[in-house]
Design a protein around this ligand. Structure first.
Ligand code: K7E
Ligand code: CUA
Length: 763
């Protein structure tokens, strides 16, 4: 016991630390308020956002990471960042872009044979079932390079990147249809649809085109099917955002546009710039699509064109089949947001103080009566604004985007120029409240606020500028998300959160209970394909195979060793290392890197990851686990030996320790004492109703998993002891103790959990 107490208790105590109730100091709340200069209002805001240790957030937010090409995940109301998900940009922590499978995902985003290692992530969308967020998938677009990514929310990993085959830029994605049949992505700047095709700007009207793509999503496979996807060819207007119809407007979708002037600038040649020419007219167009009918037309193949291998519905087909209509919108509009019931479509003015509320019923009436006020230059029927409008409401300067409350008819619209959020009623057309934000709000977002069942409660203002809100960090400043309480009649600002990773352009929030991410993979899974990894091996099957100049290693990882611990190759060999994490324990991720070879893997429990490199320089290169996984994490290493050409093995032996019989006996005693502790913990756990606590059941399983690894080791060390090989006897006994410590660590964690969560004695 003494031996154990010396080394082991420190470890075990550390595992249980922080559990003893901390005594609060005598200072009162009033003292703190005074000392920190806080008001009652501040205190209230703090109480509404504070999530105490052990408690969790109510909502999870997926925010675009802007120029970082990533996604930022944070909790509401705490605004604590939970994760960055690598999407269009390599992300070292997750090994994204540093292991072979994730490189393949990134390679899906290559354009014209070239890697594009950054992205401008813009609009995330959560998959929907019947118009409600289902928490299964997340989609996000890259505005800079027209691409779309699929993230699986079972493991929060990017699984697929698709390149838009005909757009040269895009903006209005990702928006999903009510059952995620399609993911909508609209172009931004018109260009020729054929790839690598040049037409002068003078041919803008004839040869340049816009468009909206409908990416077919296969929910079972969790992948986009490019062959079943299609695009509406559109006039060279600048398509902006989109939204899918829902409930009343199911089967339809809406995309606003600006620069329907089709203006071509050229300030350097003395022409008025784009900004003047593109906002000259009083109106632009809202595009109205019958996408369900379009799917049928595409299936029939009638008049469908193929451009760059992708199906395109030409404008004349859309006109003939009644798939596409236009409605004037006030000057340079921004954003288009369908109400939760699908009955209205709200478009903001941007350069006009009004938001326009279009009625889907009126739009349908005009279409079925064939009542159009005109045609645009391409022959697309235009429905009169008056015939489609429900109402227009003046909200303030620079209205951009609208989101919905759980309360009927209540909407929130961002006012960019005024730096305000306007709360208003779209049924009655009246303003209810306004709140100032800091500064220049772009998007705003309510909880599940673009679904058919908004959850209300909170709103986040996504501000483009933070100016004076935070401690200065140089000219490049973070942007900010401000959390606002919308549960009452008046909005209340709760929290300012700096986001320092790019422009966090748009975000979506889901009820945390709807997310059911896994804690481990089935052993041997390639997480990027969701299939068994061909390089996976089980314990005891580790091997190194050399064929010619190709060396393939099949390795395993478990606390706290990598098998094998030596990899020998010849200079010039191509080295492939497959790594399987054998752990079942939650959060026991191991990392892997080899000095100076620019590879990195994040290997979560059960995962298999492959890294590859050419051993093009001779020398000695340590490899090691990059996650602090256990007390002996630093020992979790090995050597890559890159041997020079013609090198012959020597007869030298490895240096030995000088262990004695006494050392061996002490180690054996330590093992016996530790087992007694484990037995007492097990006795406690089984004396209570631990089976009622799934988390504990998992921990107990993990604990026995570790203990199971000691099988056969007792015979081993006793065998060496019989031969008086004290070195081997002692070290194999020591290895049993290593597994015991991990077992005890988990057991104590389980015991503490039970004590804190009111476990009851059984029998
Ligand atoms: Cu989301 Cu301008 Cu990119 Cu509005 S769009 S801010
Ligand atoms: Cu495994 Cu550190």
């Amino acid at each position: 016991m003494k031996q154990f107490n010396k080394q082991g208790t420190a470890l075990l105590l550390a595992a249980g630390m922080g559990l003893a109730a901390t005594a609060w100091s005598a200072e009162s709340l009033q003292d703190v308020l005074k000392e920190r200069g806080l008001s009652q209002q501040d205190l209230l805001a703090a109480a509404k956002t504070y999530v105490p240790t052990g408690k969790r957030d109510e909502f999870v937010t997926f925010s675009s990471g802007g120029q970082s090409g990533q996604v930022i995940v944070y909790g509401i109301p705490s605004m604590r960042i939970l994760k960055y998900i690598g999407v269009f940009t390599p992300e070292p922590w997750q090994g994204y872009g540093f292991d072979e499978s994730s490189k393949k995902v990134l390679a899906g985003g290559r354009i014209d044979g070239k890697d594009i290692t950054w992205g401008d992530t813009h609009h995330p969308a959560i998959s929907e079932t019947n118009g409600e967020y289902d928490g299964q998938f997340l989609f996000i677009n890259d505005k800079a390079n027209p691409r779309l990514a699929v993230i699986d929310l079972r493991d929060f990993e990017t699984k697929q990147i698709v390149v838009n085959p005909i757009f040269k830029s895009e903006h209005g994605g990702a928006f999903v249809t009510t059952n995620t049949e399609y993911v909508i992505e609209a172009a931004q700047y018109p260009a020729p649809l054929e790839n690598k095709k040049f037409y002068p700007l003078e041919e803008m009207n004839e040869k340049y085109r816009g468009g909206v793509t409908y990416w077919k999503f296969d929910r079972k496979e969790g992948r986009i099917l490019p062959n079943e996807s299609f695009t509406f060819e559109l006039p060279p207007y600048w398509q902006d955002l989109s939204d899918a119809g829902k409930l009343a407007s199911e089967g339809w979708s809406f995309t606003n546009s600006f620069c329907s002037e089709r203006y071509v600038g050229g300030i350097e040649k003395g022409r008025p710039p784009y900004e003047a020419g593109c906002s000259a007219k009083d109106t632009d167009y809202l595009h109205v699509f019958n996408w369900k009918k379009a799917v049928e037309i595409v299936k029939s193949g009638k008049g469908i064109k193929t451009i760059n291998g992708h199906k395109v519905i030409p404008m004349e087909v859309s006109i003939k089949e009644g798939l596409l209509f236009l409605i004037p919108e006030p000057k340079s509009p921004h954003g288009v947001d369908v109400t939760p019931d699908g009955k209205f479509i709200i478009v903001a003015g941007k350069l006009d103080t009004h938001v326009s509320v279009y009625s889907f019923e009126k739009i349908q009436a005009a279409i079925s009566a064939g009542k159009f006020e005109s045609k645009d230059a391409y022959g697309i029927p235009v429905i009169g604004m008056k015939d489609a409008l429900h109402t227009q409401v003046s909200l303030g300067l620079g209205p951009l985007h609208t989101q919905y409350d759980s309360k009927p008819c209540v909407a929130y619209t961002s006012l960019y120029v005024d730096s305000q959020v306007a709360k208003w009623n779209y049924c009655e057309g009246k303003v209810l409240d306004k709140l100032s934000v800091h500064y220049n709000i772009g998007h705003l977002m309510t909880m599940e606020g673009d679904s058919t069942k908004p959850a209300g409660k909170y709103l986040v203002a996504l501000n483009k500028l933070s100016i004076d809100r935070f401690v200065p960090v140089g000219p490049l400043q973070p942007q900010s998300h401000q959390l606002i309480d919308i549960s009452g009649d008046k909005m209340q600002l709760l929290y300012d959160m700096p986001l320092p990773l790019g422009e966090p352009h748009y975000a979506v929030s889901i009820d945390a209970k709807k997310l059911k991410p896994a804690v481990r993979y089935k052993v041997g899974t390639d997480s990027r394909t969701d299939k068994p990894h061909p390089g996976a091996v089980r314990a005891g099957e580790e091997k190194t195979v050399k064929k010619g100049n190709k060396v393939e290693v099949f390795a395993t990882l478990i606390r706290s060793h990598i098998t094998p611990e030596t990899i020998e190759v010849d200079v010039g060999d191509e080295v492939t290392i497959n790594l399987t994490n054998l752990e079942r324990a939650q959060d026991e991720t191991h990392g892997f890197t080899v000095s100076t070879y620019n590879v990195h893997a994040s290997v979560e429990p059960g995962k298999t990851v492959q890294v590859k490199f050419k051993a093009d320089k001779e020398g000695v290169y340590p490899y090691y686990c990059t996650e602090f996984c256990s007390a002996l994490h630093l020992e979790m290493m090995g050597y890559l030996l890159v041997k020079p050409k013609g090198w012959k093995p020597t007869k030298m032996e490895l240096a030995k320790g000088s262990y004695t019989e006494a050392d061996y006996k002490a180690t054996v005693k330590k093992v016996v004492d530790t087992q007694a502790i484990i037995d007492s913990v097990v006795a406690y756990i089984t004396s209570v109703n631990y089976k009622d606590f799934p988390d504990v059941v998992a921990m107990v399983e993990d604990a026995f998993d570790q203990l199971g690894k000691t099988k056969g080791l007792k015979e081993k060390h006793e065998g060496f002891a019989a031969k008086k090989d004290w070195e081997n006897a002692n070290l194999w006994a020591e290895q049993i103790w290593q597994y015991q410590v991990k077992t005890a660590d988990l057991g104590l964690r389980a015991k503490t959990y039970l004590e804190q969560n009111g476990a009851k004695k059984v029998k």
